[in-house]
Write a protein that binds this ligand. Structure first.
Ligand code: SAM
Length: 240
């Protein structure tokens, strides 16, 4: 096997937040394996790349990764591991042909990204393969910048958690950390609103939707919002 597999963080959407390194590697890779959350949908990571690079000559393999919870230490749902294996089948074929393969992923690969699972699956199946992780600007940093709030200062502690955690777990997190970033909010916003009210944190929260993309919204009066949120929504709560 001579090709290299790159998991490339492409930032939250704004093409200016695609790093020079990511851009160079994407230009040099002949194949892109791209994740998409809906079988009939399109890949946001690819849309981000296309804003600044031509993909006309790329061998593009789209893989649908079902949006299902993956719990560390537990066996993932069969359709989830099937998607990882399908992606790795495509990657191994190209690497064996000597092609370099990129897996563009939204934001940074180290934060709730399918890219790392794919990379780990590749390493299990082909331990000799060369893999490189290319960091990207996370939506967390982009949201903090857009909302003009720090994530941590001085002796603050920062927690990044899925909003889908149950309320008991979230109460624990809110009582321990000075800044809490809630991701994957869109389906659970009514429960989170009620919890923030209970903990008297409503005025400490800011909701950021589609940052660095079209139609970015920054919402300070989160508790009064009833409208449906986009999947790309993140909340930053400064508990102090
Ligand atoms: C599967 S995680 C991917 C995180 C990504 N790896 C990163 O570093 O930003 C998806 C979650 O990231 C957040 N997110 C991603 N892009 C966003 C954006 N442009 N604006 C606000 N939140 C975003 C949302 O909370 C969304 O539910």
């Amino acid at each position: 096997m001579t090709g290299t597999f790159y998991v490339v963080g492409v930032g939250p959407g704004d093409p200016e937040l695609l790093t020079l390194k990511a851009s160079r590697i994407l230009k040099n890779c002949s194949c892109f394996v791209v994740p998409k959350g809906r079988a009939n949908g399109s890949s946001t990571a690819l849309w981000i790349v296309e804003q600044s690079l031509s993909i006309a000559d790329k061998d593009i393999v789209e893989i649908h990764f079902p949006m299902q919870k993956v719990r560390m230490g537990e066996t993932p749902a069969p359709e989830v591991s099937a998607a990882w294996q399908k992606a790795v089948d495509a990657i191994i074929t190209r690497l064996e042909n000597g092609q370099d393969v990129a897996f563009p992923t939204l934001g940074d690969p180290a934060i709730y990204s399918t890219g790392f699972y794919t990379c780990q699956t590749l390493q299990e199946r082909a331990p000799q393969s060369k893999t490189v992780i290319v960091p990207g600007v996370s939506s967390i940093s982009a949201c903090a910048a857009a909302a003009n709030v720090p994530l941590c200062q001085g002796d603050d502690m920062l927690a990044v958690v899925p909003a889908t955690f149950n309320n008991d777990k979230l109460r624990q997190v809110f009582s321990t950390f000075q800044t809490v970033v809630l991701m994957k909010l869109h389906r659970v916003m009514p429960r989170i609103t009620a919890l923030l009210q209970e903990l008297d944190l409503g005025n400490k929260a800011v909701l950021i939707e589609k940052t660095a993309q079209n139609e970015e919204r920054i919402i300070h009066d989160c508790l009064s919002r009833q409208d449906k949120l986009h999947y790309f929504s993140t909340m930053i709560v400064r508990t102090k």
